[in-house]
Design a protein around this ligand. Sequence first.
Ligand SMILES: C[S@@+](CC[C@H](N)C(=O)[O-])C[C@H]1O[C@@H](n2cnc3c(N)ncnc32)[C@H](O)[C@@H]1O
Length: 258
Amino acid sequence: MIQTALHKGKLAVFYQERDKEVASALLAEKLGITAYQSISKDTAEDFFLTWRDGRLKLLDKELLKKGGLSVDIEPRPGEQRSWPAPKKGALAQALGRKTKTVVDATTGWGQDSLHIFRMGYDLRCIERSPVMVELLADGFSRLSQAEWVNNLNAQVPELIFGNAIEILPDLEIKPECIFIDPMFPPKRKKSALAKKSMTILRELLGDDEDKEQLFEVALQMARKRVVVKTPNHAEPIAGKPSESFTGKLLRYDVYLIG
Ligand SMILES: C[S@@+](CC[C@H](N)C(=O)[O-])C[C@H]1O[C@@H](n2cnc3c(N)ncnc32)[C@H](O)[C@@H]1O
């Protein structure tokens, strides 16, 4: 078991096909949770991991019948489908076009990481939630089999499981840039704009209350800059940043080092 039943009673593995029985039992054992072949409205857990449509998905009771959330490895709408994609837009400006090495210390659903990867940065990804690590490992494994990745012989980012506050100081090579996108409290309790994937993440994991500590460690461990992705309504994490790049609903605050 990789974590002391953090999600016991909240999350379970759910399998519908017999051929997933063994894999489901192994995953449930690894995460210290229960595996069910059928669930009803009386099932205690609210969240489920399941294999569906050839990928590992996270469901809540709303998504049980169909759908589910998985790590999406496809380029975002409007993103150039080449590799490396051009380093343009607020994220690339914040990371720095000349930057080569990046660590994403809060990988989550991997959407920023995969964007960073597709722009050709040399990337490593850290995630502390064992559930998200399973979903990410499934996504990165699909990515490693993608035709374009194989054709280009591109190296899929390394995924490191654990708390970045502890992992960053142990990295053998300090990255030029550390990117952090912690969970901030929402502006309103229920925001119509919040994406389902982020809502479910917050419900499952809660806010990242140690984000200031993570920022401090990142500042010591990055060689050139720390980039903090922040909702537009939130104050900068550590006073006035060196520069900020603003998107529609969010901001990238850049803290330059030295
Ligand atoms: C808001 S989500 C990140 C979303 C991500 N940028 C994306 O594009 O999908 C925050 C994630 O960071 C992770 N996280 C927060 N603090 C962390 C830490 N100290 N070490 C590792 N992971 C952390 C949380 O578990 C959560 O999955």
